[in-house]
Design a protein around this ligand. Structure first.
Ligand SMILES: Cc1cc2nc3c(=O)[nH]c(=O)nc-3n(C[C@H](O)[C@H](O)[C@H](O)COP(=O)(O)OP(=O)(O)OC[C@H]3O[C@@H](n4cnc5c(N)ncnc54)[C@H](O)[C@@H]3O)c2cc1C
Length: 320
């Protein structure tokens, strides 16, 4: 019986958000006739139950010690789950783990893989996957000739389903063991303070039009008076060294879909839009009324940000 297998990941001992987003994508495909939804995870009952609450109908658990190891160590466990589930679609996150695991799995299974997908649908009983290409200026659609269809899915492309602890599903422990050919010599964690950009409900983003890095201090102050807010940046601003590359939003940066995206002195190049076009509400602050970001925005303030941002901070502070 065909179906969808998602490859779940864990982070700091809990199921990582990307896994729930993959379940969101899988449930949409299932509703279009792609069959049942199963998941494989390096973890135990707690992780399996979290996946079931988010929509998995069956979960295959593998040795928890595989979590955090290089992706090739998990290949045998994923292949065992693939065989047991009979799935003909495998969804993997576009993460450092998934970028390694997906192509290796496709090679071993003698099929193709579509990487960095942002849209998935079933057409004629088969998967059709869409991703950006040519620097975000075009969209490529992929279908598979081989029976097995594998795709990596960009974070924030699909909403995670609401969890329901009342859902039930089968949990099967897999004995598949695996070893990595990679030796990890050390792990350096990127330093970050405050709320993660990807998790923020409000993103205050700055671009080259800020003029210099001091402009970002004003944006940080604006973010500090807004709830659940983080600061992002365009690639131009990051390349100039005004803000850390980890804050870059766009095709070659982070993908965010907050409730509110405030784009300040950002022109709205397609490569930037690729990282934030899914935001629920876009507000542009820009001197140029013809800037692409102004056209894409729900609300725009056409003026110098140096005048607008301090006034905005004052007004928000008054609201308490
Ligand atoms: C392969 C590839 C990948 C890329 N990936 C990314 C990516 O991931 N993310 C990304 O951001 N870019 C990416 N880029 C770069 C992208 O094409 C743009 O060059 C970049 O986004 C421009 O950044 P910007 O909007 O900050 O600067 P600009 O395009 O220079 O825009 C500055 C804006 O500020 C406004 N402005 C100026 N002064 C003020 C003021 N005082 N007050 C208010 N507004 C003002 C101007 O009107 C203008 O609209 C990529 C490019 C390539 C080729």
């Amino acid at each position: 019986m065909p179906g969808i297998l998602i490859v779940a990941e864990t982070s700091a001992g809990a199921v990582a958000p990307i896994s729930f987003e993959l379940l969101g994508a899988a449930r949409q495909l299932s509703a279009q006739g792609a069959g049942s939804v199963s998941a494989v995870v390096a973890g135990g009952e707690a992780e399996a139950k979290a996946l079931i609450a988010h929509g998995a109908e069956a979960v295959y658990t593998a040795d928890a010690a595989l979590a955090g190891q290089p992706a090739d160590a998990s290949l045998a466990a994923v292949e065992a789950a693939l065989q047991a589930s009979g799935a003909d679609i495998v969804l993997v996150g576009t993460t450092s783990f998934g970028r390694d695991l997906g192509p290796a799995l496709a090679f071993r299974q003698k099929t193709g893989i579509a990487m960095d997908c942002t849209e998935l649908k079933i057409e004629g009983g088969r998967l059709r996957a869409t991703r950006g290409c040519y620097g975000g200026n075009a969209r490529a659609e992929h279908t598979w000739k081989a029976p097995l269809q594998i795709a990596t899915v960009k974070p924030k492309s699909f909403d995670a389903p609401e969890p329901d602890a009342g859902r039930s599903g089968a949990i099967t422990a897999s004995g598949a063991a695996g070893e990595s050919k990679v030796k990890v010599l050390g792990v350096a964690k990127a330093e970050s303070t405050g709320i993660r950009l990807e998790d923020a409900q409000v993103v205050v983003s700055g671009g080259r039009g800020l003029g210099d890095e001091s402009g970002f201090r004003a944006l940080e102050e604006l973010a500090s008076v807004l709830p659940q807010a983080a600061v992002g940046a365009s690639r131009a601003a990051c390349d100039l060294g005004w803000y850390p590359p980890a804050a870059q939003v766009g095709l070659t940066g982070k993908v965010v879909s907050p409730n509110l995206y405030i784009a300040i002195a950002i022109s709205g190049a397609s490569q930037h839009m690729a990282g934030m076009a899914g935001s629920k509400n876009i507000v542009a602050i820009n001197k140029d009324p013809d800037a692409n970001m102004v056209k894409a925005a729900k609300f725009a303030i056409v003026d110098d940000y140096k005048k607008v941002v301090p006034a905005l901070i004052e007004e928000i502070k008054k609201l308490g």
